[in-house]
Design a protein around this ligand. Structure first.
Ligand code: SF4
Length: 491
């Protein structure tokens, strides 16, 4: 049977023409020559599983151990919401119940990278050795538990695509997790996102792909990514992925763009927004309703990552640069978005403002920081902005695990970079066992190792603090509600 080629009509005409040219080119035609291959992939493609709710998982685990005590205090007359929420959020030093459910597992699969020379801002610290991929397969098996725990696995590096089929092939980690109902993500520079790799990633059921792209200016991107032609490799990889999704008839993986803010790219952000909007799907055929109901609504959305690392002082924006960025540049990006909505003829009631569209993208707006914008800008210029958003304790760490290539286990991705003593190792027991037996050491955090606490983690911590407060308020309301009067018996 000949393969039905996608018409790409769900994209803007210019990009549809670009994708059509790509699929008619020799590389894709060679891949399509074996029609049975595409048909077989279509039949056996796995749908990407849903993401877990990290704050929900966290509050559920804490209720397991503390609900009875907090409810007893409420029954005894305690109405101090803050103190009760604090008590509800206390991880015990000794864990006697089932181990806490994990919602996130990050793995640095390798520090090997196909970028030689490296990206100019690369700040990877070396590690001693690298576990074989089979060990990470055992980790995935260990951490997916029947109908219960299905964490979000995120693979990074180095460049994870250098791990090949062991990551994204038919027997690889992504498919292993997706078959068992757990979503996976790959952080990639996309240099090796050939059409063959793109088809395999989609076929395996990857839920997310985070692709590094800082600017739509090819020359600047080549300079930042360490070599001529890299911008073309990245964009070619993105387009291959788009074609692969269309060919296999699925909406996964959702692609997010990791954009590192440096002096070379920071004020080009509105152009990057426009570049990506021109290349995203305008609509998914068959999906009715407002734009945000479309599974591709936030595809090609951007995560902004202020450049870190002591060696990057020469490309780190100043506090004034950041202030300009989070005001005038952000407004200019909003204008690009509004123009895009105008051009699509988006009705008033279906419109979404840019802050909402890009809510996960903006590290300043996604999380609450102490102080004003200027305080944030001064801190971000020093790479200490997380300290303005950290709470008095770390709630989230016991529901996640983070591994370095050598098998060392850390509480989180932030510690994978700042490297305090690891709290476990693959060779010394299960990941959850290491967490359960290390809970007392969690009391020392946040501390100086947490200045790089990732925005996503800060977001979960702040969400969990709010959820604990709301839970306590609900229990107080329940306790204060008069018991329901029984219905009188029918006469
Ligand atoms: S960096 Fe510190 S506060 Fe943030 S998740 Fe890790 S341990 Fe918790």
């Amino acid at each position: 049977m000949p393969v039905d080629l996608p018409d790409f009509s769900a994209f803007l005409p210019e990009h549809a023409a670009r994708l059509s040219d790509l699929i008619r080119g020799p590389e894709w035609q060679a891949a399509l020559a074996d029609e049975s291959n595409i048909a077989r992939l279509r039949e056996s493609v796995i749908a990407a599983p849903d993401m877990p709710d990290p704050a929900g998982v966290l509050v559920g685990a804490l209720k397991q151990v503390n609900e009875a005590d907090v409810r007893a205090r409420i029954a005894g007359g305690d109405r101090d919401v803050d103190a009760l929420a604090w008590r509800l959020g206390e991880w015990p030093d000794e864990w006697t119940n089932e181990p806490p459910v994990l919602s996130f597992v990050g793995v640095y699969l390798t520090l090997d990278c196909n970028a030689r020379p490296k990206c100019v801002y690369c700040n990877q610290l070396p590690v001693d050795g690298c576990l074989p991929m089979e060990e990470w397969g055992r980790l995935v098996s260990e951490l997916i538990q029947g109908d219960g725990q299905k964490p979000y696995f995120s693979y990074t590096g180095g460049e994870p695509l250098t791990c090949g089929d062991a990551l994204y092939g038919p027997e690889g980690l992504i498919r292993q997790a997706a078959t068992a109902g757990a979503p996976s993500n790959i952080n990639t520079n996309a240099f090796d996102l050939t059409l063959e790799v793109a088809l395999k990633i989609v076929h395996a059921g990857a839920a997310r792909l985070h692709v590094s792209l800082d600017t739509p200016d090819p020359e600047v991107m080549d300079e930042l990514a360490g070599g001529t032609g890299r911008f073309d490799l990245i964009t070619r990889g993105l387009y291959n992925l788009q074609v692969a999704r269309e060919l296999l008839g699925v909406n996964h993986p959702v692609v997010h763009i990791n954009c590192v803010l440096t002096t070379r790219s920071i004020f080009e952000y509105p152009k990057l927004v426009g570049f990506l909007l021109d290349r995203k799907r305008v609509a998914t055929p068959g999906v009715e309703g407002p734009p945000r109901a479309d599974p591709h609504f936030r595809d090609l959305g951007i995560h902004l990552i202020p450049v870190g690392g002591p060696q990057n002082a020469d490309i780190r924006p100043t506090a004034d640069d950041y202030e300009r960025f989070f005001t005038r540049t952000w407004e200019a990006a909003s204008d690009v978005w509004e123009t895009y909505q105008d051009a699509r003829g988006t009705e008033d009631e279906a419109r979404v403002d840019y802050d909402n569209y890009a809510f996960f993208a903006n590290p300043y707006k996604r999380v609450e920081y102490r102080g004003e914008l200027r305080d944030y800008c001064e801190a971000v210029a020093e790479s200490t902005q997380s300290t303005l958003a950290l709470g008095k304790r770390c709630l989230v760490a016991p529901t996640q695990a983070f591994f370095l290539p050598d098998g060392c286990q850390h509480w989180c991705g932030g510690h994978g970079v700042s490297r305090p003593e690891p709290m476990g190792h693959r060779s010394t027991g299960s990941a959850q066992g290491s967490i359960a037996s290390s809970l007392s050491s969690l009391r020392q955090y946040p501390n100086e190792f947490c200045t790089g606490c990732p925005v996503a983690t800060l977001f979960i911590n702040q969400g969990a603090e709010n959820a604990l407060n709301e839970t306590v308020k609900g229990w107080i309301e329940e306790a204060d509600s008069p018991p329901a009067t029984p219905e009188p018996p029918p006469t």
